[in-house]
Design a binder for this molecule. Structure first.
Ligand code: IVH
Length: 463
């Protein structure tokens, strides 16, 4: 092992801290501070120094975010502080009952307004991260709440998770709990690519996050667009502890974690209801899936007095949103012809209320997707609608398949002009070969042309 000259060591530490800072602004604050090219240059410089002085290549180096050697299996780890789940509320009445139960228990007058912390309930995978003397030493899944799996190598690849806590004044021991999730944009991009390559897409962002974390090869996890948002602490050893949940989340933000931008502290259960309604209206515009709102008694002393029942705390509740996945029946499949001749199978469904709207159609994408789903006309199917994304069929419920279910046959001739349908090798899309002879293609081409700003502009400025 070579001795490191002091000047190089100092330069190395500066590089490391600069890269960590850029990771934080980019992945935690969503506010890139340097162009990618400069980030890459800093990283290359860091790696060159680590190649020469291998003792610098420690697990907290930003160069280690790419993943390491594949494991044979995940080892089991015990949670010193159990990872609990939450009771659910499905109505305003459930929320009023929750508030009343708490007040009864701590002898507070019904008219008093308790302080509640409100946060979106992220739909991902719960994780526990342990930091000793500021360094990330373990990442684990929830498992059954007492024993989980060690996924340290995988969590290290997630750039919004600090490998080292920020600042000098951090707890001796800190266990951060939070949700690892795949933002919608990353999920859609991943699935588009998978479908194009004829590979299996993920059913929903939660499964995508879970599947990506279950990889024994952390190099695969490193390629998945995962993020982590902190929402509580487990073990905590420090000379000082914030006195409320909200203050604790702010501290986690200062220590380098992503915390939810929509979190808020409010006074009283009516304000919780307002928050729920407000977020329900924003749900579609968020760039990640949420399945409800979590309300927590803010004051840690009150939390302690309230304690737990079975596996859930008395001081918190999850108010659920309407489901984004529902069951319905596939009535028919129509094949639509687009501007470039691409033929898209569209499922006609028995209308169902899902993700806040009534859905009657869903895309089936292409022939590969129909084959992969193995879905038949007449089947009961699970439909998913999240955000502004077109509703999708997630799967057929095979146990409910009727005897007269009809397999879907992809047409060999265009349903509009009868020209032959061709599929180019390696492409997922099948196309009508009719060109402008095809009424559907002509119609779509004119629509497309007329919709362009250039045309309207030319038209308006003609003498
Ligand atoms: S608090 C004791 N806060 O929901 C408190 N959980 O059924 C435990 N979740 O497994 C959790 N967003 O993975 C909490 N802001 C949030 C959350 C959240 C998502 C998940 C968590 C947990 C499940 C509870």
């Amino acid at each position: 092992m070579l001795n490191i000259p002091e000047a190089i060591y100092k330069h190395y530490l500066r590089l490391k801290s600069e890269i960590n800072q850029h990771n934080h602004t980019y992945y935690v604050l969503d506010d890139p501070s340097v162009p990618d090219s400069q980030y890459d240059r800093l990283m290359r410089e860091l790696q060159e120094i680590e190649q020469q002085y291998s003792q610098l290549c420690t697990p907290d180096s930003p160069s280690q975010r790419v993943g390491g050697v594949a494991l044979d299996s995940f080892s089991q780890v015990k949670h010193e502080v159990p990872m609990l789940s939450l009771d659910n509320a499905f109505s305003d009445q459930d929320m009023l009952d929750f508030d009343r139960r708490i007040k009864d228990r701590i002898n507070v007058a019904p008219s008093e307004h308790l302080s509640y912390a409100c946060e979106p309930k992220l739909d991902g995978v719960a994780v526990s991260l342990i930091y000793q003397k500021g360094l990330l030493i373990r990442g684990a899944t929830r498992g059954d709440g007492t024993v989980g799996e060690d996924i340290t190598a995988n969590v290290r690849t997630i750039k919004s998770i600090p490998l080292q806590l920020h600042g000098d004044d951090h707890p001796e021991l800190l266990e951060v709990r939070g949700e690892i999730y795949m933002p919608r944009a990353g999920f859609d991009k991943f699935n588009r690519k998978a479908r194009k390559l004829g590979e299996k897409p993920f059913v929903n962002p939660r499964n995508a996050a879970a599947g990506s974390l279950r990889q024994l090869d952390s190099k695969i996890t490193a390629t998945r667009p995962l993020e982590m948002c902190a929402y509580s602490v487990g073990q905590y050893q420090s000379s000082h502890k914030p006195d409320s949940h909200f203050a604790m989340l702010n501290l986690l933000g200062k220590l380098g974690f992503k915390i939810n931008q929509h979190m808020k502290q409010v006074a009283g259960i009516d304000a919780c209801e307002d928050y729920y309604q407000h977020l329900a209206r924003q749900r579609d515009q968020l760039d990640y899936d949420i399945d409800g709102i979590v309300f927590k008694v803010n004051d840690f002393k009150l939390q302690e007095r309230l304690g737990f029942v079975a596996k859930a705390p008395r001081w918190a509740i999850a108010r659920k949103f309407p489901a984004q996945e529902e069951m319905t029946r596939l009535l028919d499949v129509e094949f639509q012809v687009g501007r470039t001749g691409a033929i898209t199978p569209v499922a006609r469904l028995e209308p169902v209320f899902v993700g806040g709207v009534t859905v009657g159609n869903a895309t089936l994408h292409n022939a590969d997707e129909i084959n992969r789903l193995g879905v038949c006309v007449g089947d009961t199917v699970i439909v998913r609608r999240a955000g502004d994304v077109i509703p999708q069929i997630v799967k057929a419920v095979l146990e409910k398949r009727p005897q007269d279910a009809v397999p879907i046959v992809f047409p060999e001739r265009c349903p509009v002009c009868q020209s032959s349908v061709k599929r180019i090798e390696g492409e997922a899309v099948a196309r009508c070969t009719g060109g402008l002879f095809c009424g559907a293609q002509t119609k779509e081409a004119i629509k497309h042309f007329a919709s362009r700003k250039a045309v309207s502009y030319t038209h308006l400025t003609l003498p």
